[in-house]
Design a protein around this ligand. Structure first.
Ligand code: GLN
Length: 313
């Protein structure tokens, strides 16, 4: 039963983390945003939360990291809630690219020049431009409030050093955004949109915050602890599908084979994943593999999924 599984997890989770920690040596911490390079390269932490709100933690769970691309899950959901499905899919497609997350290669290829999906950088920038709000401050504040609500942590905030570090070095994201602007995809001024985008990428969390956010997705948009519906079910379904097809960048196919769970990673080494109807999971391991995913994080999820037979497939 699930109770037995929870007991086994409680007894063994730390061993899984110990077994995967050495994998960190095979990865590198992201440095294209200079502030991210300060993260500990040998860290690995995991937090699991069940529908009763019980939490299991192992490894470096106290490590604070910025959400980076994990935030794209929630800006996408908020854009769907603000604008509806038709408006959102007028600006982003529904297909994986097979290219790196910050690639420009395919921006011209889909009619009428819209990004392939909401999780690559170009797509996420287009999504950020659709968030309701009078100005950049209000948009960023609405995203932060939404993240606080889903995580149940009213203390979530933007880590200013990371925000500023990305702001000063994001030449590639700026060129993506100008390209989208020229294609008529962006609704607002490029600088204002990117300002909001850098801020939501820089929201600082722990594994347990991420586990709680994932738990709401695992329960179809209802917070199982309060019983409150936070996200319409249909939007959770769409989002989890993108997490399977695009959530781990151009390693999403391999992750679907080896782990088989909806997931979203970020360049700070975080991974949000979930076992539907059962657990929300947050992982952090700043050392990344060549595809930009936490090398030890993917390893520990692979081991857990195999042992507990979590794959959806
Ligand atoms: N803020 C990062 C960027 O735009 C997010 C990318 C990521 O986590 N993959 O480059």
């Amino acid at each position: 039963t699930n109770d037995n599984e929870w007991n086994e997890l409680q007894n063994t989770l730390h061993r899984y983390v110990e077994g995967s920690k050495k994998e960190t040596a095979r990865g590198r911490v992201a440095s294209y945003i200079p502030e991210l390079a300060k993260a500990p390269h040998d860290a690995l932490g995991i937090s699991l939360m069940n529908g009763d709100g019980q939490t299991l933690m192992a490894g470096d769970c106290e490590l604070r990291f910025t959400m980076q691309s994990i935030s794209k899950v929630f800006t996408f959901i908020l854009a769907l809630m603000d604008r509806g499905e038709d408006a959102v899919f007028a600006k982003v497609g529904k297909e994986p690219t097979g290219d790196d997350f910050n690639s420009m290669l395919k921006l011209e290829l889909v009619e009428p020049g819209i990004p392939f999906n909401p999780f690559i950088n170009a797509g996420a920038i287009a999504i950020t431009s659709m968030i309701a709000g009078r100005d950049a401050d209000e948009k960023a504040e609405r995203i932060l409030q939404f993240l606080r609500r889903v995580s149940g942590n009213s203390g979530l905030a933007v880590k200013d050093e990371v925000y500023r570090s990305e702001y000063e070095t994001a030449h590639r994201n700026r060129s993506l955004a100008y390209f989208l602007k020229d294609n008529g995809v962006l609704e607002d001024d490029v600088d204002r949109i990117l300002d909001v985008y850098f801020r939501h990428c820089a929201v600082e969390v722990t594994c347990s915050d991420v586990a709680k956010m994932a738990l709401v997705l695992a329960y179809g948009g209802v917070d199982p602890i309060s019983g409150e519906r936070l996200i319409p079910r249909r939007f959770v379904q769409i989002t989890k599908t993108f997490m399977i097809t695009c959530g781990m960048y151009n390693a999403s196919g391999a992750f679907a084979i080896e782990v088989g769970l909806p997931a979203k990673s970020g360049v700070s080494g975080g991974i949000l994943t979930l076992v539907p109807g059962r657990y929300g999971i947050g992982v952090v391991g700043p050392a990344l593999n060549r595809k930009g995913n936490s090398v030890a994080g993917v390893h520990v999820l692979q081991q857990l999924s195999e042992h507990f037979d979590w794959s959806l497939f």
